[in-house]
Design a protein around this ligand. Structure first.
Ligand code: GDP
Ligand code: CA
Length: 312
């Protein structure tokens, strides 16, 4: 069976771990959000690509859900000692080696797709991991400009999410890019060849929503069996601040509202948690199953339920 999944970081990666356990022989391609990418110290940091790669490759810090196991933050501490302005970003020393190696390969002229494949040679994630695009396309958030009352400014998503813990009211979320980003090589081919496309319980706005902005992806999903899983349970995100993102785009924080936001043009099936039983999405088959990824078995059961709903 050929499966394509779109993914952000933690929610996507944990689900994919379960999916691999549920169907170990499936041919899996993951199209990963790169809107969260940020350049720091001249390095290209790709949080979602790395979370997927480390999680599937066994290198993730399972408690934190991001970054490397057995991590040390000595470099971050040293940077803080200089009073550098970027110290809010959780740059681990082991993780830094990934960013340095990525930079080295990018400088040598490899595309992000090629670099990702090269990094995956070490981690062996058991899936083809593709960035959504090789182009620069970074998510920014419109917030009030405290220096110019009544005016707004755009700040990088990571600054809003990590430095401000998504507490600054967001008036909008935009992908800053030159034109519409082109899909990375292999992305549309993988979708075309897929028997089923899964939308893990990733952030619907800044993870899945961003991947869907890449040229041709939404159209390519039109004739595919697509099943999504809700990241919202009982009116709140399971983890993180996706509610702030949903509010920014005018969508209520509920499993039903997110399913309706995706809508029947995209979805064939929508899985909600048993707490949200009774949710409806016009034109989409909705089922309620436990959606808490407490361990790999629980995530695997969710993956089976998603494949079941897709009828594959
Ligand atoms: P990020 O890029 O690291 O923020 O990760 P994703 O976008 O892939 O996933 C974030 C989303 O995962 C959040 O909105 C969470 O609500 C959701 N999430 C995390 N753990 C669980 C879980 O156990 N069950 C469900 N249904 N959603 C979860
Ligand atoms: Ca992310």
């Amino acid at each position: 069976m050929r499966i394509v999944a779109l993914a952000g970081g933690i929610g996507g990666a944990r689900f994919l771990q379960g999916l691999k356990a549920a169907v170990p022989d499936a041919d899996l391609t993951v199209i990963v959000n790169t809107g969260d990418d940020i350049s720091l110290y001249g390095l290209r940091i790709c949080p979602d690509l790395d979370t997927v790669m480390y999680t599937l490759g066994g290198g993730i810090d399972t408690e934190r859900g991001w970054g490397r196991r057995d991590e040390t933050f000595v470099v971050k501490e040293e940077l803080e000692a200089y009073g550098g302005p970027l110290s809010w970003f959780g740059l681990g020393a082991r993780d830094l080696a990934t960013h340095l190696h990525r930079k080295h390969l990018l400088l040598a002229g490899l595309s992000l797709t090629e670099v990702t494949a090269e990094l995956c040679r070490r981690w062996q994630p058991g899936a083809t991991v593709l960035p959504m695009t090789d182009q620069q396309a970074e998510t920014h958030v419109l917030v009030d400009d405290e220096d110019r009352p009544g005016r707004r400014k755009a700040i990088h998503f990571q600054e809003w999410w990590i430095k401000h813990r998504a507490a600054l009211p967001a008036h909008g979320i935009v992908l800053v890019t030159e034109g519409t980003p082109e899909p990375a090589p292999g992305v549309l081919d993988a979708i075309e060849a897929a028997d089923v496309v899964l939308l893990p319980p990733s952030n619907p706005v800044v993870s899945i929503g961003t991947v869907l902005q890449v040229k041709g992806i939404r159209d390519a999903l039109g004739d595919k069996k697509v099943v999504g899983l809700s990241p919202i349970i009982g009116g709140a995100p399971v983890r993180g601040m996706a509610d702030a993102c949903l509010t920014a785009i005018g969508v209520e924080t509920s499993a039903q509202a997110v399913g309706r936001h995706y809508g029947s043009e995209l979805l064939d099936g929508w899985l909600v948690d048993t707490q949200d039983e009774g949710a409806t999405v016009p034109g989409v088959e909705v089922r309620a199953v436990p959606l808490l990824m407490t361990d790999v078995q629980a995530s695997a059961a969710m993956a089976r339920a998603a494949l079941d709903l897709a009828g594959v």
